[in-house]
Write a protein that binds this ligand. Structure first.
Ligand SMILES: [Zn+2]
Length: 138
């Protein structure tokens, strides 16, 4: 089956907690929660602050460059859409403020990834299905 007929798996845009994040991707921004009471930044989104337990969360833009906290290189695709990108990385990038975001890495140098390497966000439009985050070499 040609991969063009297979849609890229994306986060559930109907999940209310993730809507500001997904909207941010469409605007090429990385949005995470920040507590307006104690200032704690958090990801993944929740209905209350992990630190002070108040429901005083707002959405704030975080920087689009980070360092690789950890990664793996995939030689078998977990979903058919990813087959054309093999081998690809799954990178957990540290953006500061205690925030780490997980996203794929499709650059051809994937086998030279290292912890601490600097990556930046890239935004892929997915045929009207939404916008997807991936990491790329900075
Ligand atoms: Zn708080």
């Amino acid at each position: 089956m040609p991969t063009a007929a297979i849609a890229r798996p994306l986060p559930n845009a109907q999940e209310p907690l993730y809507r500001p994040y997904i909207q941010g991707l469409q605007e090429h921004k990385l949005m995470v929660q920040r507590c307006s009471s104690c200032g704690h930044w958090q990801w993944p989104p929740r209905e209350f602050c992990f630190v002070c337990h108040r429901p005083a969360l707002e959405w704030a833009e975080i920087g689009q460059q980070g360092s690789i906290y950890t990664y793996t290189v995939c030689y078998r695709a977990f979903h058919p859409w990813f087959k054309e990108h093999l081998p690809y990385g799954i990178v957990d990038a540290d953006l500061g403020q205690g925030i780490r975001l997980l996203a794929p890495y499709f650059d051809p140098d994937v086998e030279r990834l290292e912890c601490g390497m600097i990556v930046r966000a890239a935004f892929d439009e997915t045929d009207g299905m939404g916008t997807a985050l991936r990491w790329t070499k900075s």
